[in-house]
Design a protein around this ligand. Structure first.
Ligand code: HEC
Ligand code: HEC
Ligand code: HEC
Ligand code: HEC
Ligand code: HEC
Ligand code: HEC
Ligand code: HEC
Ligand code: HEC
Length: 325
């Protein structure tokens, strides 16, 4: 079904010149949402006149693939920009462009208001359906080959590695992901039809499976942060890897103010002290040498015994952490 949809899409986007159906785009699936920063582009050369393709993405990155003997399908991981991404594949022959195909996909970024909510036409789609997998399996191993709880010594031995390696290459890697124990979160589903893995949106409680110690500690606290209580851990943490410590999806200040927009400016903390605002960034944090002040200098992101999630016994006792007499 997905392939018929895709064919009609291809026809509607074909150029007026050239040959319709000379190339076929297998992925990305049009109008899908990407939580991660990369997407796989897979293109098949249908017409013998095609000598190669140029794949270009929103990030101005483009790559050229030249046809090899006896190979009709080519794959490329592309980097996504925040928000809407137009990915264009141009098939060329010896006389120039034969066919252009474009798809639109959406990369959501939770820490930035304008990229947080994809427009309505975008949907969460699963890739790992039997039909899609059959197409890849002529060249790729699609079976799960991990042994629960046993890390791969060499990541490249994981069948998932070739297509998904970009997910684990950022500076700070989350243990189960960098050990390629993917199904510790993406459980294999029994029923067929949709993805064979539990979809990203359904993982939530999964974090607590391993982080039960932390969650038990948070349980005992009097005040809980709403998104933590509702197990939206990935609103703040990237489950695979990140350039930020604790695999945060962005710097803490940016994450916090993506929901608490009013705290970007305006008065905070010392609203009774005249017109001066208390800094929440860009100043050294006296309580944490080498670091700058940020929301989590004063607030615990998960839970606390003090109102307003203050990371101290009481709102006032937090002051002396930095303002010693
Ligand atoms: C004709 C054989 C063939 C088919 C069919 C095929 N691939 Fe590939 N794929 C390869 C080869 C070979 C590589 C290694 C890189 C290269 O030589 O292009 C690769 C690499 C990749 C990569 C990594 C690309 C990069 O930039 O690092 C991804 C992602 C990928 N394939 C996805 C897929 C998906 C998804 C499908 C099915 C929809 C698929 N491939 C079908 C042969 C194939
Ligand atoms: C032939 C390439 C290929 C291989 C091998 C592969 N994947 Fe994928 N996978 C994809 C593509 C393409 C997507 C769509 C998202 C994207 O482009 O990154 C995807 C998406 C997913 C998703 C999101 C849910 C879904 O169904 O869309 C999960 C989870 C996932 N892969 C896990 C795995 C795991 C675990 C393995 C190893 C057992 C694996 N993949 C092997 C190509 C591959
Ligand atoms: C700690 C749990 C966890 C582990 C381990 C994990 N994932 Fe994920 N994965 C998630 C969650 C949660 C999401 C949804 C991401 C989000 O909401 O930002 C996701 C999303 C994805 C997606 C969809 C990305 C997109 O663009 O929408 C792919 C593909 C994927 N994971 C592949 C893998 C592969 C391959 C591995 C093994 C290396 C792996 N995951 C390991 C939890 C995990
Ligand atoms: C399969 C077990 C497993 C699952 C599931 C899991 N984690 Fe982890 N996580 C670990 C291990 C192991 C570590 C590294 C040990 C450590 O440093 O605490 C870790 C470390 C972390 C850290 C850094 C802790 C630190 O002190 O450096 C964060 C943050 C984290 N995980 C968040 C998550 C989130 C969010 C999820 C759900 C999307 C999740 N984890 C799911 C096993 C898991
Ligand atoms: C509102 C954003 C947010 C949410 C939601 C969130 N975290 Fe965190 N988490 C953070 C921040 C920020 C840090 C870094 C704290 C620091 O630097 O001291 C952190 C640190 C951590 C750590 C390591 C340090 C520690 O406190 O133990 C773990 C483990 C962790 N988070 C797990 C989780 C799990 C599991 C969930 C879901 C139940 C979750 N987080 C939900 C923001 C969040
Ligand atoms: C996903 C959105 C979201 C993110 C991200 C987020 N919060 Fe919240 N936060 C909420 C919601 C929802 C509430 C509860 C509603 C309310 O009281 O406004 C809340 C409440 C709070 C409260 C008040 C708790 C109370 O008892 O009055 C504090 C303090 C707070 N958040 C701090 C932070 C900090 C610090 C960060 C960054 C680490 C952060 N938040 C990130 C959604 C978020
Ligand atoms: C210097 C310490 C400090 C810093 C930094 C700080 N806060 Fe607060 N915050 C407080 C105190 C103290 C309170 C309690 C004030 C009260 O009860 O009137 C509070 C209250 C809150 C509340 C709940 C009451 C309200 O005003 O809505 C939220 C939400 C909140 N802070 C979010 C943030 C966010 C987001 C940041 C980062 C942009 C931040 N805070 C930075 C000290 C701080
Ligand atoms: C995490 C450290 C931290 C905490 C906690 C903190 N402050 Fe501050 N505070 C600062 C920094 C940094 C400045 C800016 C100093 C500068 O401008 O160089 C500042 C400035 C101020 C100022 C402005 C006067 C001045 O020295 O410039 C007042 C008043 C103030 N804080 C009151 C409070 C009160 C009241 C609390 C408790 C509710 C509090 N602060 C908690 C770090 C902190």
């Amino acid at each position: 079904m997905r392939f018929t949809l895709m064919l009609s899409f291809i026809f509607s986007f074909s150029t007026l010149w050239g040959e319709v159906g000379a190339i076929k785009l297998i992925t990305p699936i049009p109008s899908t949402i990407y939580h991660e920063e990369t997407a796989s582009v897979v293109v098949t050369f249908v017409s013998p006149l095609i000598d190669g393709v140029i794949i270009s993405a929103e990030s101005n990155q483009s790559s050229k693939i030249i046809r090899q003997k006896e190979r009709n399908s080519y794959c490329k991981t592309v980097q996504l920009a925040p928000g809407e991404n137009k990915i264009t594949v141009s098939g060329f022959g010896k006389d120039g462009t034969i066919e252009n195909i474009s798809v639109l996909i959406f990369h959501d970024i939770v820490s930035e208001k304008i990229y947080k909510y994809p427009p309505e036409k975008y949907m969460e789609e699963s890739f790992h359906t039997p039909t899609n997998e059959r197409f890849c399996s002529s060249c790729h191993k699609m079976e799960v080959n991990e042994i629960p709880k046993i890390a791969f010594e060499n990541p490249a031995d994981s069948n998932c590695f070739q297509c998904h390696q970009k997910l684990t290459t950022r500076k700070y890697g989350h243990a189960p992901a960098i050990n390629w124990l993917c199904t510790s979160c993406h459980e294999i589903k029994k029923e067929l039809g949709d993805s064979k893995f539990t979809l990203p949106s359904m993982i939530g409680k999964t974090c607590l499976k391993c982080h039960d110690k932390e969650s038990q500690k948070w349980e005992t606290k009097r005040f809980h942060h709403m998104p933590v209580d509702s197990e939206k851990c990935t609103r703040c943490h990237n489950p695979h890897s990140s350039e930020n410590k604790f695999y945060l999806k962005a710097k803490p200040w940016d994450i916090c103010t993506s929901c608490h927009i009013d705290k970007r400016e305006g008065k905070h903390v010392i609203n009774t002290f005249g017109n001066k605002n208390h800094p929440t960034r860009d100043k050294p944090d006296p309580s944490r040498p080498g670091k700058e002040i940020e929301c989590i200098s004063c607030h615990n992101p998960h839970a606390s015994d003090s109102a307003s999630l203050i990371d101290a016994k009481s709102p006032m006792s937090i002051c002396i952490k930095c303002h010693k007499k």
